[in-house]
Ligand binder design. Structure first.
Ligand code: FES
Ligand SMILES: [Fe+2]
Length: 347
């Protein structure tokens, strides 16, 4: 292939937010994660302060998984007080990466270069940890339904796959594949034509809307004869560069809202870790139906991965002449433009 491509480890991606773990995966023992070909250690450090009421409080911390001393992985260390102690020679680093102690030095002054590298951005939202290696040019994705008490929330187990991150977002924003890829789930012949899309660009992101008929196999009212199989739905995609997106589906006749989000962590040029979740207000608070919905989404994701893992070239072409686009591809053409704008802004 020729022209500009976006590989999973493109340097421009350092200036963006990426999901790196579910919040529940990070605790008082450091874990190692991989992002853009680099390893990071994540841990929750106790917040210190005698008698300041901070007992039990922790602060999320991330360090490049490479001790500045002999480059040992800091994820092999352990929490000591409010710091992370390297497992090799015991150097201690606070949440800002400052070295607080070098045991082999005794009381001597600490070398100024004895600092652990910390990311420019680290935060948690909707149960996921996000990291930006360098000052982010992108926004986090807000999913209001993810925190709404009137919704049930189901997290799919994170999945590691041999895929391109850009291609996964291309797939998530694409509707024309439903009848061919999702034959066992949401795809049907009725949905083959992609209806008009309304696209609203916002800096390094966009909102895409569509309203169209679809067969509602999940609606119990169809089985009971209350409503027809073919119903209307309103789709709204929210996309934030580079690899964060949600799809909000509102069922017009049956009522209810179903939000699916997909966050992609580009681990290296060949692999990604995928975080998907569902948020629904149409299940009457029924956890069993929520579990079914999570299993259904996992099956849909498996169908997508079956084709995504077959790609030999995992970069996303940013040059529009590289592929053939049609009107139904307007959202995914815009995806390429937005990612091109991120690359240009990061240069
Ligand atoms: S390698 Fe970390 S303290 Fe020596
Ligand atoms: Fe799909």
């Amino acid at each position: 292939m020729t022209g500009r491509q976006l590989a999973n480890t493109d340097p421009a991606l350092r200036r963006a937010w990426h999901p790196v773990a579910r919040s529940t995966e990070v605790g008082g023992d450091p874990i190692a994660i991989k992002l853009l070909g680099e390893h990071w250690a994540l841990v929750r450090l106790p917040v210190s302060g005698p008698g300041d009421g901070s007992a039990g409080e922790t602060r999320l911390a991330a360090f490049l998984d490479r001790c500045p001393h002999r480059l040992a992985p800091l994820s092999a260390g352990h929490v000591d007080g409010d710091a992370l102690r390297c497992g090799y020679h015991g150097w201690c680093f606070d949440a800002a990466g400052a070295c607080a102690e070098i045991p082999a030095l005794g009381t001597g002054p600490l070398p100024p270069r004895a600092r652990a590298v910390v990311p420019a951005g680290l935060t948690e939202r909707h149960g996921t940890v996000f990291l930006a290696p360098e000052p982010p040019l992108t926004e986090l994705l807000d999913v209001p339904e993810a925190d709404a008490p009137t919704f049930l929330h189901g997290l799919l187990d994170p999945v590691r796959a041999r895929v391109g991150a850009g291609l996964m977002l291309d797939n998530f924003l694409d509707m024309a594949h439903f009848p061919y890829v999702h034959t066992a789930t949401i795809g049907t012949a009725e949905a083959a034509v992609v209806h008009e899309l309304e696209i609203e660009r916002r800096d390094l992101g966009m909102t895409v809307r569509s309203r169209h008929p679809f067969p509602n196999h999940e609606d119990p009212g169809v089985a009971s004869g209350l409503r027809p199989l073919i119903q209307e739905r309103v789709l709204r995609y929210e996309y934030r560069a580079p690899f964060l997106a949600s799809l909000r589906i509102e069922y017009v006749e049956a009522g209810g809202v179903n939000v699916v989000d997909l966050l992609v962590q580009p681990e290296d040029d060949e692999h990604c870790r995928l975080y998907a979740s569902v948020h629904r207000n149409d299940l009457d608070g029924d956890e069993h139906r929520l579990a079914e919905s999570v299993a259904y989404e996992a099956k849909i994701l498996d169908e997508d991965l079956a084709i995504q893992e077959r790609y030999r070239e995992r970069s996303l072409p940013l040059e529009l002449t590289e592929e053939v686009h049609i009107r139904a591809d307007r959202a995914t053409v815009e995806l390429r433009r937005i990612l091109g704008a991120l690359v240009a802004a990061a240069d």
